[in-house]
Design a protein around this ligand. Structure first.
Ligand code: SF4
Length: 282
C-alpha cells in the first residue's frame, strides 16, 4: 500500500470564501498562498497607480457605508475622491439596505465543517421576524456577460455566506435558528446601483452547499505535501495573479481596463476583498 504524504493545515487555519475560491480557480495558488505562504508581490493589475487608488477607494467606500449604517450623521461623511463621491451618491440615492430590521454590520460568523473552521465576514446582515438578508457591497459594475449571474451564484462567497448564516446565525436572531428559506443575499454594485443581484435560499441549496463545501475542504486536506499542486488551465487568470512569474505564466500584469473581459473572480480580487487582505499580508 502506498502511503500519501498529505498536508497538515496549521491548527489555527480558517477556511473562508477567499481561500476556497482560490482553490477552485487554481490549486497551486491556494498552495502558494495558504500552505507555503509565499510572498510574491508582483503587481496585480496595470496601471499600478490606478490599481492602488482603486483598492484604497474600495476600502474607503466600505468604511463610509459602515459609518453611515452605524448612525454617523451623513453630513460628517465626506468622500474625497471622484470615484468615491460617485459611489457614495449612488448609495445615498438607492439606499439598498433601507429596510426595517436588526442590523449586524461587519460581523463574522464561523462553524466547523469537515473538522475545519469555516468563517465569513459580512458587510451587513439585516434580520426581521421573517427574513435574514445579507448585503455585500461591490465597487465594480454588475458583470455584464450573459452567464455572469449563474457564475456569481456559484461563487464561494454566495455559497459560504448563505450557508454560514443558517449554520451559525442563531445568535443574530435572538437565539432562534435561521431557516434556509428565510435567507437571501444581495450583491449591490456601486457602478450600476439600479441593478443589484438577489439570491434567495432554500433547504435544497443549503444541503448542496454543505456537500460542496465539505468535499472541497476534505479534498484540500488530502492534497500532497511535497509536490506542486495543479496549475489552473484558465491561463488568463494568471495575468492578475501575483505568482505569475513564479509559475512562468507571464511577467506583465493585466490591464484594469480589461475588467469586463475577465472572470468574475478577477473582478472580485480587483474590487476589494477585505477578508483576503486581512489574511495575506503582502
Ligand atoms: S500564476 Fe496562474 S497558475 Fe500560478 S498560481 Fe497564479 S493563477 Fe495559478
Amino acid at each position: 500500500m502506498i502511503l500519501r504524504n498529505v498536508i497538515q493545515l496549521a491548527p489555527n487555519f480558517q477556511f473562508s470564501q477567499s481561500s476556497l475560491q482560490d482553490y477552485v480557480e487554481c490549486k497551486r495558488r491556494f498552495q502558494l498562498r495558504y500552505i507555503e505562504r509565499v510572498a510574491w508581490p508582483a503587481v496585480q493589475a496595470q496601471p499600478i497607480l490606478e490599481h492602488e487608488a482603486r483598492m484604497a477607494n474600495g476600502q474607503a467606500f466600505h468604511r463610509l457605508v459602515q459609518q453611515q449604517l452605524l448612525g454617523i450623521p451623513e453630513n460628517r461623511l465626506t468622500p474625497v475622491d471622484d470615484d468615491l463621491r460617485r459611489w457614495w451618491q449612488a448609495y445615498s440615492e438607492t439606499r439598498p439596505a433601507d429596510i426595517e430590521g436588526r442590523r449586524h454590520i461587519e460581523i463574522t460568523l464561523a462553524a466547523t465543517l469537515a473538522e475545519q473552521r469555516l468563517v465569513a465576514q459580512y458587510d451587513l446582515v439585516v434580520i426581521t421576524p421573517q427574513t435574514a438578508q445579507i448585503f455585500d457591497w461591490k465597487t465594480s459594475a454588475r458583470p455584464a456577460k450573459p452567464d455572469a449571474t449563474r457564475r456569481l451564484f456559484e461563487r464561494m462567497q454566495t455559497r459560504v455566506y448563505r450557508y454560514l448564516l443558517v449554520r451559525a446565525g442563531a445568535d443574530l436572531n435572538g437565539g432562534q435558528a435561521i431557516a434556509p428559506e428565510q435567507v437571501s443575499m444581495t450583491y449591490w454594485f456601486a457602478e450600476t446601483p439600479e441593478e443589484p443581484v438577489h439570491f434567495p435560499y432554500n433547504a435544497d441549496q443549503f444541503a448542496a452547499d454543505e456537500r460542496v463545501l465539505t468535499n472541497l475542504i476534505t479534498e484540500i486536506q488530502m492534497q500532497e505535501l511535497n509536490s506542486p499542486w495543479e496549475l489552473t488551465s484558465q491561463e488568463r487568470m494568471c495575468a492578475f495573479c501575483p505568482y505569475r512569474s513564479l509559475c512562468e505564466r507571464g511577467v506583465e500584469a493585466g490591464e484594469t481596463q480589461a475588467e469586463d473581459e475577465i472572470e468574475l473572480s478577477t473582478l472580485e480580487t480587483l474590487d476589494l476583498d477585505l477578508e483576503q487582505i486581512a489574511e495575506i499580508p503582502f
